[in-house]
Each structure stands twice: as C-alpha cells, then as structure tokens.
Design a protein around this ligand. Structure first.
Ligand SMILES: [Zn+2]
Length: 402
C-alpha cells in the first residue's frame, strides 16, 4: 500500500512549477512552448517517451498555421482498476502574453498592469503535470491514467472538439482543472452558438441618388432595435426558457457619401437548454430577414441577408449519479473539506468531452479574475487542487481501496 506521506504534495516544487508555466507565452494556437516544457518535465521525471503522444486536432481547428495538437500521456496502471483521466488546457487568452509572474502575499500576480496572469489555465496544467511527475518520481501505485493537455480552449473549445478520441483510451472517470475554488465542482455548462450575418443593401450615391440605394446600415439598425424592443438581446427571459444573446461586432461602410451596401454583424446566443438556444438564433434570423424587406429603393428592390453560424458547444449536465462527480465529492470530503456543485455560464472543454462520451467533472485550481489584467492565482487554492488531483490519481480509492 502507498505510504500516505507520499500523497503529500511537495509545495515548494508545485509552486515553482506553476510559476514557470505562467511565464510562458502561449495564446490559443501558439501552445508549442508550453507543450515542450510539459514534455520535458515528464521525461525528466522518468516518463518513457513512448507514453507521450500528440494528436493533429489543429488541422481542423479554426486558427491557421498552428501545428501543436493536444498532448496526451498514458500511464499503464500498476493496479487493476478503471482508467482515470486528468486534464487542463494549455492556451491562455492573448492578454496574458508577456506575463511576468510575481508573488504577492498568498497570490501570484502579473508584474505591471498590462498583462493578465494566465492562471487560466496554466494553474490547471501545473496541477495535472505535478500529479504525473509525483506519481512517477515516488513510484506511487496507480490505476491506468490518461493525462490530457488540450489546445485552443479559449477560442471555442477547439482542441477538445477535434480531439483524437482513441488516444484517451476510454477513461471511466475524468477530471478537468479550470476554475477558482478547488472544492467547487462544475457539473454542467451552458451551450453557445456563434453566427455571422451578412447584410447586403444596394449601393448608390448618397447625395445624387439616395433613393436608388437600400442601406445595409438601416437594415441592421431596424433588426437590432426590434430584437432589443422584444427582449431577445442581452439577458433573454421568456416563458419558453432563458438565455443570453449579444451583437458583438458590426462592420461596414467606407464613406459618408455612399449608401452602404454591406454590413457584417457577428452575434452569439447562449442557453443551458439547447432548444431555447436555437430559438434565440431563430429569432435573430427572423428579425434580420424582416428588416431587409423593409428597406427598399425607389424601384422596390430590397436588401437581403445571409447567415452563417454553428453551435460552438452544446450545453451539458452530468447526472447526479455520475461516477467522476461522486468520486471527487468523496475525495474532497475525505480531505476534510466541503464540496459544492455548480453550473457554468461559459463553455468548458468538458462540454465537448461530454459530447464525445467522456463525462468530465471540472474543478477549480485557484484562478481569480480570469481574462483580465487583474487576474491572480490564489496559491493555497492551487496547492489544494494539487492535493486533490494526486489523491484522485493515486489515492487509496484509485487503488481499489475504500
Ligand atoms: Zn480556462
């Protein structure tokens, strides 16, 4: 049996590791250096290179030119038990590039006021990597384990979406570190739909013959005003469901003396209920089509609209009986803490893993103020996450004990 002392996280090592990872630039699509550092740590800890592989998810991801895939590490078990997966995403949002992590009290912050810290999700990467290293270095007994370091999470969960599933070897339990409070278990998350709307009007000289034109700007304005008036923009609360929508980008026009013939609008809709998410999208489309018909030139010719969109990720909710959830809750209780369940209003890699048939519970790892220049890492929370991860991967329960 594993000596319980071996399941104590080396706090100095774990803190050094996260600091190193935070300092690496690596926005979505540019995770190569992070992957390289993770790989080197594993090899230095004694992981055979044959256990480490990467997939080619980047080929289908939206970002062009990236050649870094999801990094997947498979440990054969030393005990016979169902396979467990531990994961986190390697990319950060662009605002974190150039971060210099410094310790301030119990926190890591980014030096200077212009960069975010990138604890979302390098803290998660550090939790998972620290666990793999410690198991290897201390030769801890463990079930078959899969460690997944995913790419391009921050740009619509692209890495998890296009993952080469067979490489994960069908884990029975799965845990994802991405969030703040280490005792908070995210058991579901919202779904998201992104769309672009191309509005085609009719160009004309705005001074000489405005009546010959049909303004794409007017069409956009009418549609947006109608959506706003009828409660389909922003927070959407209807008898059929709730969700959110947003017009995020409007672009078009080039000169004041031309009736604008093209405007592009980028919009999104979200809901925990996929049917209602689609309902919001339908309403947006309906109003833009309606508005296009209202704006006509002197010949009675109106504008037209084209839509392009896709579900970025479907909403999901783990059943109460989900084994990963039950295991994480028992583990946290066993460590003398209380766990809480929550549902996220943003997408997570777990959305796509659920869709792929790998139900995954997400846990916090000390992130605060994600995606902002005021981002911080709460070190005691991060270390608690390391402790939980180590127990989930190599604890008594993982080894078939009770
Ligand atoms: Zn994240």
């Amino acid at each position: 049996m594993t000596d319980p002392k071996s399941l104590k996280v080396n706090r100095t090592e774990a803190t050094k590791l996260v600091k190193q990872l935070l300092a690496i630039p690596g926005k979505s699509g540019e995770e190569a250096e992070v992957a390289q550092v993770v790989r080197q740590h594993l090899i230095d800890a004694g992981v055979p290179t044959g256990w480490i592989s990467s997939d080619k998810a980047y080929r289908q991801c939206k970002i062009e030119g990236s050649t870094t895939g999801n990094l997947i590490v498979n440990f054969p078990g030393t005990v016979k038990a169902p396979r467990r997966m531990l994961m986190a995403h390697m990319d950060t949002v662009p605002i974190c590039v150039g971060c210099k992590p410094v310790k301030k009290g119990t926190k890591f912050v980014s030096q200077g006021e212009k960069t975010g810290l990138g604890a979302d999700d390098r803290a998660g990467v550090a939790v998972v990597l620290n666990t793999a290293k410690q198991i290897m270095q201390k030769k801890l007994a463990h079930p078959p384990l899969t460690f997944l370091f995913s790419v391009q999470e921050e740009v619509g969960l692209q890495g998890a979406r296009h993952i080469q599933l067979s490489k994960l070897k069908k884990p029975k339990l799965a845990f994802n570190w991405d969030g703040g409070n280490p005792y908070k278990l995210t058991v579901g998350a919202i779904g998201g739909y992104r769309m672009s709307i191309d509005i085609h009007g009719i160009a004309s000289h705005a001074g000489v013959a405005p009546e010959k034109g049909a303004s794409a700007v007017s069409i956009a304005a009418l549609a947006i005003a109608k959506l706003h008036e009828e409660g389909w923009l922003g927070k959407v609360e209807k008898s059929q469901g709730t969700g959110t929508s947003n017009i995020g980008v409007i672009s078009g026009g080039s000169a004041t003396n031309v009736v604008v013939d093209h405007v592009r609008v980028l919009a999104e809709a979200r809901s925990h209920n996929i049917k209602f998410m689609k309902r919001i999208v339908k309403e947006i489309e309906k109003q833009f089509k309606w508005a296009a018909k209202q704006v006509k030139n002197a010949n009675g010719k109106s504008g037209r609209v084209e839509f392009e969109g896709q579900i970025d990720y479907e909403p999901f909710k783990l059943p109460d009986s989900d084994p990963s959830l039950a295991t994480a809750e028992r583990m946290i209780q066993g460590l003398g803490e209380e766990s809480v369940r929550t549902i996220a209003n943003g997408g997570l890699d777990a959305n796509w893993l659920f869709k792929h048939g790998v139900p995954t519970v997400s846990l916090g790892c000390g992130q605060l103020n994600q995606h902002m220049v005021t981002e911080q890492l709460e070190i005691p929370w991060y270390l608690a996450a390391c402790q939980i991860a180590l127990h989930l991967a190599a604890g008594e329960e993982a080894n078939g004990g009770t």
